[in-house]
Design a protein around this ligand. Structure first.
Ligand SMILES: Nc1ncnc2c1ncn2[C@@H]1O[C@H](COP(=O)(O)OP(=O)(O)O)[C@@H](O)[C@H]1O
Ligand SMILES: O=C(CO)[C@@H](O)[C@@H](O)COP(=O)(O)O
Length: 550
């Protein structure tokens, strides 16, 4: 193999896109570049000032294209790599991030007539305003005993393709009528790169309810809403390609944006979480990868089929060919810590952090690290962005129990770190109880930089933590899939062994702290079931009161 061959991976995250130039031979990351989306997340208003209701989260497609025009050439230049050395480009995206387009791929929000229509914009994964539609999708599927429902742990999420599309139909029927294709951003960006719309098997399965070669039937869709009957045939259906397949060759236009050579392999789209598994060399059954950032996704391949209540989905070959791919997740993790830093970080703490040269997270983490387990007297529920697994309810909200006049910011911060660890333990236990063993826990994502958080996860789960050996896991995974699409590696397992990076046993559980956490976890589970399983519906009532008041 030519040792100089390279591939480019581009990770489209929540706030930015990151491009990495990777050597095919050994996965060396030669250089990377980041481009922040100019419009970030539209959660209060459209670019023209049109206000948005609560729980909305939109994006602007031109921001994604800008990543191709800026981050890719910057990364290439920084790597000192010539275009001729690069044999392929692969991408990954947040999901389900989904948008309405015309038949030629033009986003509806780019048509002047629709620029002020919120439903014409891409709905970001964390757009949680379609919970009502998701509830009806679930109730009807349960009533009709739809076979696909068990593949989603008994409930599909409001974050996914059908709930979001139904919301468009019901709230802006004109936008729905003009929508010629309803597609994942993961596939839209590949379309922009190679000029072909190919639907990827990962989002089709996890976010598009495509199971065993079919979507939910038109009879079922008609029972949801008569005008929804043709949704699959008219707007969704598209040939599906497997992960690591070549979607097409780079177009002349995309070559001019990126500085790459026209015609090189463009890999089929993929999801940020799923693509990270091979980047962390998680290619064997039972290796769970938790990608921890704004949110956490838990992905795992297994040779066992089990219906795990409240997981996001199980898709045949959804992560790796030949194995069942499982996904579960927590909708808010880093986002919750970020919310607390924005709202609960007093001026005297800011001054102390500045004097110590620490950012607010590092400052609160350093203070929280001085405490013994349980010393703050708090337990929290990590539902500030709803609950994706195992309750699948985005109308749930956060709770902190035990606050007194002596409670300090670092106490609450630590309780929030712990709450997310309890959420992960709840997910791991759901898998094991369902007979799907979790043999190893590997952590990836930006939050690996918080050593206290990592130690808490090891203690709470009573497991040694392996860490991915890259700060750009999704982009590395996307690049590995590009290497497969370009024929530089025969399959993703071979690519993972050559290019992936993992370090084992980086954090080990401490038995004393683990025992102390067992007691707090028991409290967490009590609150979890009390507020989350209907004993006290206060969170739903408050949400209704909020809607009526606004
Ligand atoms: N040191 C830290 N400890 C805990 N959380 C942090 C820290 N630094 C940033 N965060 C939070 O992590 C999130 C960013 O995670 P990151 O992995 O960088 O991004 P993304 O999920 O978009 O890829 C933000 O929500 C931020 O509030
Ligand atoms: O839900 C998925 C994947 O299924 C993620 O794309 C979504 O949680 C966003 O991930 P980030 O927190 O931005 O890394």
């Amino acid at each position: 193999m030519n040792p100089e061959l390279c591939v480019v991976g581009v990770d489209f995250g929540t706030l930015s896109g990151r491009a990495v130039v990777v050597r095919v031979r050994d996965g060396a990351e030669l250089a990377s570049a980041e481009h922040l989306y100019a419009h970030a997340v539209l959660d209060r208003e459209l670019p023209d000032g049109t206000p948005l209701p609560a729980d909305w989260a939109l994006q602007v497609p031109a921001d994604w294209v800008e990543v191709l025009r800026t981050a890719v050439p910057e990364a290439l230049a920084a790597a000192g790599v010539r275009a001729e050395q690069v044999v392929g480009i692969g991408t990954d995206f947040t999901a389900c991030t989904v948008l309405p387009v015309l038949a030629d791929g033009t986003p509806l929000c780019e048509l002047p007539a629709f620029a002020a229509r919120p439903h014409a914009y891409p709905k970001l994964w964390k757009h949680h305003a379609a919970q009502g539609q998701a509830d009806r999708i679930n109730a009807l599927a349960a009533e009709r005993k739809e076979a696909w429902l068990e593949r989603y742990g008994g409930k599909v999420s409001s974050e996914w393709e059908f709930a979001k599309a139904l919301q468009v139909l019901e709230e802006d029927p004109e936008v729905y009528r003009r929508t010629e294709r309803w597609l994942e951003a993961a596939d839209w960006i590949v379309w922009r790169l190679c000029g072909r719309y190919v639907r990827n098997a990962c989002t089709a399965g996890y976010k598009g309810q495509y199971q065993d070669g079919r979507y939910p039937s038109s009879e079922y869709l008609a029972a949801l809403h008569p005008d929804f009957a043709g949704f699959v045939a008219d707007k969704l259906e598209q040939p599906i390609a497997q992960l690591g397949d070549r979607a097409g060759g780079l177009t002349a236009e995309a070559a001019s944006w990126t500085g790459l050579a026209e015609g090189i392999a463009v890999c089929v789209g993929n999801v940020d979480a799923h693509v990270t598994a091979p980047a962390a060399v998680a290619v064997e059954p039972g290796q769970m990868v938790a990608i921890m950032g704004t949110s956490t996704c838990h992905v795992m391949s297994s040779d066992r089929y089990g219906t795990v209540p409240g997981m996001c989905g199980i898709v045949d070959g959804g992560i790796l060919p030949g194995l069942w791919g499982y996904e579960a997740g927590q909708s808010g993790v880093g986002d919750i810590f970020g919310w607390f830093v924005r709202t609960g970080f007093p001026a005297e703490y800011a001054a102390a952090a500045e004097a110590a040269g620490q950012d607010p997270h590092a400052h609160l983490t350093a203070l929280a690290a001085r405490q013994k387990v349980g010393e703050h007297g708090l337990v929290a529920l990590d539902w500030h962005s709803g609950n994706r697994s195992v309750l699948v309810d985005h109308d749930l909200s956060g709770v902190i129990v035990g606050q007194t006049l002596a409670t300090r910011p670092e106490d609450v911060y630590r309780a929030l770190l712990e709450a997310t660890a309890f959420g992960t333990r709840t997910i791991v236990e759901a898998f094991e109880t369902a007979g799907v063993p979790v043999r190893e826990l590997i952590i990836a994502g930006g939050l690996t930089r918080n050593a206290l958080l990592m130690q808490i996860y090891a203690d709470v789960t009573r497991r040694p933590l392996s860490l991915i050996g890259s700060t750009q896991g999704p982009a590395l995974g996307a690049a590995m899939h590009a290497a497969v699409a370009a024929g530089a590696h025969p399959d993703i397992r071979t690519a993972a062994r050559a290019m992936g990076k993992v370090e084992r046993g980086v954090y080990l559980p401490d038995p004393h702290r683990a025992a102390a956490y067992d007691r707090l976890y028991a409290e967490y589970r009590t609150l979890h079931d009390y507020f989350g399983r209907g004993a006290n519906d206060v969170m739903h009532r408050l949400r209704r009161i909020r809607t009526e008041a606004s």
